[in-house]
Ligand binder design. Sequence first.
Ligand code: NOJ
Length: 554
Amino acid sequence: MTDFRNKVVYQIYPKSFKDSDGDGVGDLRGIIEKLDYLAELGVDYLWITPFFLSPQKDNGYDVADYTAIDPRFGSMEDFEELVSAAGKRGLKIMLDMVLCHTSDQHLWFQKALEGDETYRRYYILRDGRNKKDPEDPGEPPTNWQCAFGGSAWQWEPRQGKWYLHLHDVSQPDLDWTNPRVREELAGVVRFWKERGVAGFRFDVINLISKPERFEDDTEGLGRRLFADGPHVHEYLRELVASAGLEGMVTVGEMASTDLENCLLYTRPEAHELSMVFNFHHLKVDYRDGDKWALMEPDIMELKRLFAAWQTGMAEGGGWNALFWCNHDQPRIVSRFGDEKTYRKESAKMLAACIHLMRGTPYIYQGEEIGMTNPGYTSIDQYRDVESLNHYQILLDKGKTEGEALEILSVRSRDNGRTPMQWSEEPHGGFSEAEPWIPVAANFAEVNVASDMREKDSIFSFYRELIRIRKEMPIVAEGGIRFLEEENPDVLAYERRWNNESLIVLCNFRRQYARLIKGCVSDYEKDGYRKRIGNYQGTGAGLRPYEVIVYHKVG
Ligand code: NOJ
């Protein structure tokens, strides 16, 4: 059996996980303090987002030195201790490799700016358009927009060129057509592998291969031209071979990707990646595809997307990473659940819904206790570069401050970045000092200690889901078929393996919901037994946010 199918990954955003030294910023020793908690949850891998030396313009995704640990997070000794202490508890470490771009503070970029020809060729420097004379910047080479708003090109007077940055202006893109760049980056991956790392997450890895010709996108902002670019599969295979990744667990973050490419990335015979993150299911509440235009989630579209991706990946022999939350997403309970009346019920329903699909589940810190968006009301509470940029863009477009804040409170990446709520102590027990970003106001009710005191805790529900994956091969190995496709309220699917069947019924509504097929309890007449659920007993339909999982052998 392939090693990652029955595993579960827990994502740690170190800045907000646990502060061990009282400076308001989480750190590696904070993670060490919480290893017993993570082992109790039962996860296998800890994906830790970047803690490398960085000016933190994009919270560590702007790397200034790939092989140095930023002192605010700890030291190499702390890291070695983390790997070994985690290993003693059966936990493996996955690191986050940001190989598409560096920070503008990286030595390579600094040398490029000084005119060193070797390093100029590490980045993507181009002449402007419509230059009137050699000194004139002209216009940006293409109309591509960066992910955080504004042009993807920045004029660099010292070199008399524009450089490409698909993210913040402080994150120049690396030129993967240069074999030397590819060798350097493989070396970085090897460096961490040699330090006991067991897996890697590759940041926006499907953006590494830019189109051969740089031209305007006549239909959009450029994404479709540089996502899943011409040499991306070849570069990934080369990276796997030269960094020795075969047999390790790897996951690629794929921006604006498609099923066809995700099959190519993850089919075992392709020797590229173990699995991929795609984000289509997390755009069903974007009005006209615009993240900054609010809309209620379109549950029918969500169902359609899951059905297409789950069955498409199964038929083509690919493998999905399963997730609702990460450090770039608002909290799922606030988004597709009900953070007030049915917080516990909806947290559990959403957990079972995703964990029992075909793929490897990821739990983002705090998801296992049903953490919510913080509901910030002032722009001073935000830290994220994307949120701050878009606040200004929304105001420029004529929104009032109140309207712009309302949008941020639903869409900002900071919704997922607030300090982990460990207890009812000040700052949620995250730190003794004022945290770098405000803790959510509900920390006194929503925290690890209070959740774990309850018999039917969200934490224990997650633990049970993880146990089910380990005990029942059908979860890791089974096929998948979607049910109730016309039902606007219920997302339902069946997993099948040998002579076993597992049925998962999820009510996505605040109201009682019925099945098209008949009564929920009909499954019992059919010989199914309830394996897990978030309410006592069963009835004709599903109660608000109810999930029922039925199992039958034979
Ligand atoms: C995806 C990361 O998850 C996000 O936090 C970051 O801003 C971008 N990639 C750029 O590295």
